[in-house]
Ligand binder design. Structure first.
Ligand SMILES: Cc1ncc(C[n+]2csc(CCOP(=O)(O)OP(=O)(O)O)c2C)c(N)n1
Ligand SMILES: [Mg+2]
Length: 328
């Protein structure tokens, strides 16, 4: 039986983090339907908020995060400044990366998010580097890398898990299994339905969790983060959830069975948690309404901030793009 690490203040923080992510991404949906408002491809994690919130809330500031293309929840749960994140997604000069990253290739060093990448399977090998540096320098932090069920089939992910197992790195692998990789169902692209069981082959503990239950995700994350921090080596966590929207906002999900979608809609991590907090008397309806409205207000302010920011000027095209390597 896993230890329950949940206390009331934490419950409210978990709820606030999930609803902020949901409102943030709902705003992106609305803006991406307006012409020329959100350039590029918008990839959202609607329905997956409990994974990001539950895991990132179990981390310490010194821990490093590496994420993939579905990263908004990870970044927001980590406390990335809302205004400059929205401005970045709007590719504006005041964005976290000066409008040069957009939504898919971000880096937010302030909050120790080393990078996000849409190159599927790119994160785990780079996480090896980050975790090796932590081990070599005897730092207190660990590294957490998020990747999808599709990425779990990439050679780079297996190589990274193997090396982490050999070197006993302080690295938590998080497979966010949302049952889809693009338009392919899990059973079409993955030889096993239980990705966490692959941990055994790399000599690390592997566990799975209901990824739509934020408290369960948090409790397991605390346990596995502690394991990695203790110097015993890496661990693999698989969170089972569901991608409620298309792969990207241009994808109309014509290949998805609407009955399946309805089943997962009923398991919405936010609706489910709101009901639990109401039932347990942690929050009442009025308090929930205030929290939800506050999230909406903050998101609207972030859009206004992005609107006011100019696009990066052409004269900045080559600044902040290359880093001079340290001289030997
Ligand atoms: C190396 C590489 N191969 C293919 C793609 C195209 N692609 C982008 S996302 C994606 C699916 C990834 O699925 P998964 O890892 O499960 O993440 P999810 O999108 O479900 O969050 C693919 C194939 C890519 N971006 N990079
Ligand atoms: Mg997936």
């Amino acid at each position: 039986m896993k230890k329950n690490q949940i206390v009331p203040n934490l419950q409210i923080r978990l709820y606030k983090s999930m609803i902020l992510t949901r409102k943030f991404e709902e705003k992106i949906v609305a803006l991406s339907q307006e012409p020329d408002r959100m350039p590029g491809m918008q990839i959202l994690a609607n329905g997956q908020e409990a994974v990001a919130t539950g895991i990132v809330s179990a981390l310490k500031p010194e821990d490093v995060i590496i994420s993939n293309h579905r990263s908004h929840g990870h970044l927001l749960a980590r406390g990335t400044d809302l205004n400059s994140l929205m401005a970045e997604i709007m590719v504006k000069d005041k964005g976290v990366n000066g409008g040069k990253a957009g939504t898919l290739h971000l880096s937010v060093p302030d909050v120790n998010v080393l990078m996000t990448s849409t190159v599927v399977g790119a994160g785990p090998p780079l996480a090896i580097g980050a975790a090796f540096a932590q081990q070599y320098k005897r730092a207190k932090g660990i590294t957490v890398v998020f990747f999808g069920d599709g990425a779990a089939a990439e050679g780079s992910v297996h190589e990274a898990m193997n090396l982490a197992g050999v070197w006993k790195l302080p690295l938590l692998f998080v497979c966010e299994n949302n049952c889809w990789a693009g338009a392919q169902r899990l059973e079409e692209h993955c030889a096993t339905q239980h990705i966490f069981q692959r941990a055994k082959g790399y000599d690390m503990p592997g566990q799975n969790v209901d990824g739509n239950d934020v408290e369960a995700v948090y409790n397991l994350a605390v346990e596995l983060v502690e394991y990695c921090r203790s110097g015993k080596g890496p661990a693999l966590m698989e969170a089972l959830t569901y991608r409620m929207r298309g792969h990207g906002e241009q994808d109309r999900q014509h290949y998805v069975d609407l009955r399946e979608l309805a089943i997962w809609k009923a398991k919405c991590p936010i609706r489910r948690y709101r009901q639990k907090l109401l039932n347990d008397g942690v929050l009442n309806q009025a308090q929930i309404k205030t929290i939800d409205q506050d999230a909406e207000t903050r998101v609207s302010a972030a859009v206004a901030f992005g609107d006011e920011s100019p696009y990066p000027g052409p004269e900045t095209a080559l600044t902040d793009v290359f880093v001079q390597p340290p001289s030997a």
